[in-house]
Each structure stands twice: as structure tokens, then as C-alpha cells.
Design a protein around this ligand. Structure first.
Ligand SMILES: [Zn+2]
Length: 64
């Protein structure tokens, strides 16, 4: 049990685990702006700009 928790802790804190894959273009991102975009919009910045209009993007960010 303890071992498992430690492993989860590591997974959360190790930098390389911060990569998030964009469901749309399947690219992995680890920079702050794309991570924020992925967390908020479920798209990387590029896909968000293609998929969503600016109003939608602004609204989603404001909800945070
Ligand atoms: Zn993308």
C-alpha cells in the first residue's frame, strides 16, 4: 500500500509526467500555456484556436 502511494506521489511530481496529450492532434505538450489550454479547453492552443471561437475560449478561461 505504502509503495503504491509513493509511486503515485512520484508520478504527480516528476516533471515528465506533466505532459498532456491533445486528444485532437495527438501531440504531447509540457509547456505551461499548452497545459493550461489542455486543462481548460481539452485542446492544445493550436487546436483550440481552430476548434473554438475566441468567445468560447474566453468564457472557458473566465470560469476557472
Ligand atoms: Zn492539438
Amino acid at each position: 500500500m505504502k509503495q503504491k502511494k509513493y509511486h503515485e506521489h512520484l508520478r504527480r511530481t516528476l516533471p515528465e509526467e506533466d505532459e498532456i496529450e491533445c486528444q485532437n492532434c495527438k501531440q504531447k505538450f509540457c509547456d505551461q500555456f499548452n497545459l493550461l489550454s489542455l486543462a481548460t479547453l481539452n485542446f492544445c492552443l493550436l487546436c483550440a484556436n481552430k476548434k473554438l471561437d475566441k468567445e468560447t475560449i474566453r468564457e472557458r478561461y473566465n470560469v476557472e
